[in-house]
Design a protein around this ligand. Structure first.
Ligand SMILES: [Zn+2]
Length: 380
């Protein structure tokens, strides 16, 4: 039995990026080599008809949509130094941790909500018109792939923020609806959010800019809302579990209690809603893991875009592709975890047919690949 895949942040140093072939050091050179890589797979036939490329994407592909990358081009953390992601066990076991998480999430949701897929996502859509991709596996939880190319299957390795999942009954609930509910339960925060939206304080990631525009934070990096510290933040219980208590593992009935406004009460032992994403310290569901592996097995090549493969789940997929002798392409700004392992003898590689590596922006390179291939050659 294989051990469960746990999502853990990797904080070690990353190697300097390789350039394969040597001509992939410019936008045009990289785009031409990628055209070779993608079209060459199509000419091959492994006997099973697996001649398309599976795409694996990470945070780097969404940077141009205005979302912060987990790591910057130099492999260092670019976010607020006080920022620490919440771990699954904290979220599940601590009411206080959930209040803090939801307070932050309440303020952050509008920024995510108004951001959109960028030219890199649309280039994937356009490349798929040439029948080059079999599917997309993404580590991103922003749903941009689904929005940009609804006809190309997407496996969301780390879940998705557009929904919540109840930890007791596993029902999903739309995040938009939940946001309106949070606003009603937390009027002081709702007013504060409206002010921030008016001043534009949430349009910038720069802490100093934000402070000037009225986004005050306390020493822990939490929003300082006048008269409403984050521990006063309230969140709703799962409506289904509130209506009909869930059955617990031991067969007993769960207890879901709410205050007079409908906010989850500490007297409850179930009915907790969680964002439907795989948090750090949480295992990827076996079903999702199997889907990702099946997608890899059904492809002739693997292309990674915007991931330093810092999470083991992603690195492991590329390692599997390498062990299966699949051609590998990596387009990522900055180094990639143990990347030299995937390109032995890379110095002797002269074209992009079976291997590709460039450290350039996806939203520039991918549209250029589309341009070179031309819309006229589209298969459909
Ligand atoms: Zn429920």
């Amino acid at each position: 039995m294989s051990k469960p895949l746990m999502r853990i942040p990797y904080t070690g140093p990353l190697p300097p990026p390789l350039v394969i072939p040597a001509t992939a050091n410019t936008l045009t050179g990289a785009a031409k080599a990628l055209v070779e890589f993608l079209t060459h797979q199509r000419t091959l036939n492994d006997g099973n008809g697996n001649n398309k490329t599976v795409l694996l994407t990470g945070a780097g592909i969404s940077v141009a949509s205005g979302l912060a990358d987990y790591r910057g081009p130099n492999g260092t953390y670019t976010r607020n130094k006080t920022y620490r992601p919440i771990y699954f066990h904290e979220f599940v076991s601590s009411h206080e941790a959930r209040k803090r998480y939801w307070a932050r999430s309440f303020l952050g949701w509008t920024s995510l909500h108004k951001s959109h897929p960028n030219p890199a996502h649309y280039a994937v859509r356009d490349l798929n018109k040439h029948a080059l991709f079999s599917s997309v596996i993404t580590q991103n939880v922003d749903s941009f792939h689904n929005r940009a190319h609804p006809n190309l299957p997407v496996i969301e390795l780390h879940g998705f923020l557009r929904s919540l999942v109840c930890l007791s009954c596993r029902r999903l609930m739309p995040r938009d609806e939940f946001q309106r509910w949070l606003a009603k339960l937390n009027p002081a925060w709702d007013n504060f959010l409206k002010e921030l939206l008016e001043t534009g304080a949430l349009d910038t990631e720069d802490p100093e800019e934000r402070r000037k525009k009225g986004y005050r934070t306390n020493p822990d990096g939490d929003a300082d809302v006048p008269g409403a510290p984050y521990h006063t933040f309230r969140y709703p219980a799962c409506p289904a579990c509130l209506h009909r208590p869930p059955i617990m593992k031991d067969g007993s009935k769960g207890r879901v209690e709410v205050d007079s406004d409908g906010a989850w009460s500490e007297k409850s032992d179930s009915g907790v809603l969680k964002p439907n994403v795989i948090m750090f310290g949480e295992s990827i569901p076996t079903e999702v893991k199997s889907q990702a592996e099946a997608a890899l097995d059904a492809a002739g090549g693997l292309m990674v875009v915007g991931s330093s493969l810092a999470t083991y789940s992603a690195w492991r997929l590329v390692k599997k592709a390498f062990d299966q002798k699949m051609p590998i392409a990596i387009l990522n700004m900055g180094g990639v975890r143990k990347e030299a392992e995937f390109f032995p003898n890379y110095e002797s590689i002269v074209d992009g047919k079976n291997a590709f590596r460039a450290s350039l922006a996806a939203e520039e390179v991918l549209p250029e690949v589309v341009r070179i291939l031309g819309a006229g050659n589209a298969h459909r």
